[in-house]
Design a binder for this molecule. Structure first.
Ligand SMILES: Nc1ncnc2c1ncn2[C@@H]1O[C@H](COP(=O)(O)OS(=O)(=O)O)[C@@H](OP(=O)(O)O)[C@H]1O
Length: 263
């Protein structure tokens, strides 16, 4: 239950997981049918990387982004072992055919072991631990599943009209915070109090910050956990994710009546 408000007051509550939790639309509807809903959305690929960056900052030992985002990945080692186990000299076509053909299984495994344990080899395209195929996207992995906005939006639209849901453009919230917040204030039926004059761009943080938050004379930026440097992801992986999200994003734009321009 939300706390009671006096006349002229509104009560706000923020929980990121509401948007994606299956039972929430029905529960919120049971609480109030007139509630105004605000969702901040950003490019789902960037969102997934941001999510992973957050997870790895708390649990540094988790597997790489790639191995969580894809299932059935195949590494060069796996391809080689499969070829050797089903050994038929004429059919060994991986990389340097003649080279591998003259090795017996034990030699090949020793070579693989050496390569697998040689850090310098990690940049070698012949490195056995490098994936030769990314496999299938694991859309149930939470950082990817959350970005299936159309799916989540549909659940909310089953309970609330589109007019009761305001979508904030996460990219513009950074490039033009006052513009995005102007629309939020309009949606809430508030006078536009927060404007451009309340923000400045902090070069060190690389994000907009508040010039003077209420009750303080000092500028205020969001904390260290917001606007972190993201982990670096292979461009091929990014492209696969972009292709994966494309139809979902198109569907979301239709439901939203708004094109967010995520490519
Ligand atoms: N002004 C300002 N300063 C810092 N960060 C900003 C700002 N405006 C938007 N953002 C973006 O907000 C992202 C962090 O939000 P979260 O995803 O952690 O929010 S939430 O916990 O889900 O509410 C955060 O994502 P990351 O960049 O991945 O950290 C920012 O891109």
């Amino acid at each position: 239950m939300m706390p009671k408000a006096l006349d002229g007051q509104i009560v706000m509550e923020k929980t990121p997981r509401y948007f994606v939790t299956v039972d929430t639309p029905a529960r919120v509807h049971a609480m109030s049918q007139d509630v105004k809903l605000i969702v901040v959305v950003r490019d789902p690929v960037t969102r997934a990387i941001s999510d992973y960056t957050q997870i790895i900052s708390k649990t540094p030992d988790i597997p790489s982004f790639e191995s969580l985002a894809f299932k059935n990945r195949t590494t060069a080692l796996e391809v080689l072992v499969t070829m050797v186990l089903q050994r038929d000299d004429e059919e060994i076509t991986f990389n340097d055919q003649k080279y591998y053909r003259c090795l017996n299984f034990v030699h090949l495994m020793s070579l693989m072991f050496l390569l697998a344990n040689c850090e310098a080899c990690m940049t070698n395209p012949l490195s056995p631990s490098l994936p030769v195929s990314l496999g299938q996207i694991d859309s149930l992995w939470s950082p990817l599943w959350i970005g299936l906005y159309a799916q989540h939006m549909e659940r909310w639209l089953a309970w609330f009209p589109r007019s009761q849901i305001h979508l904030v453009n996460g990219e513009r919230l950074i490039s033009d915070p006052a513009g995005e917040l102007g629309k939020v204030q309009d949606f809430l039926g508030l006078q536009r109090i927060v404007t451009d004059k309340h923000f400045y761009f902090n070069k060190t943080k690389g994000f907009p910050c508040l010039k003077k938050p209420e009750g303080s004379s000092k500028p205020h930026c969001l904390g260290k956990t917001k606007g972190r440097t993201h982990v670096t992801i292979d461009p091929e992986v990014i492209q696969k994710l972009r292709d994966f999200y494309k139809p979902h994003n198109q569907r979301f734009y239709q439901l939203a009546g708004q094109n967010f321009g995520w490519h």
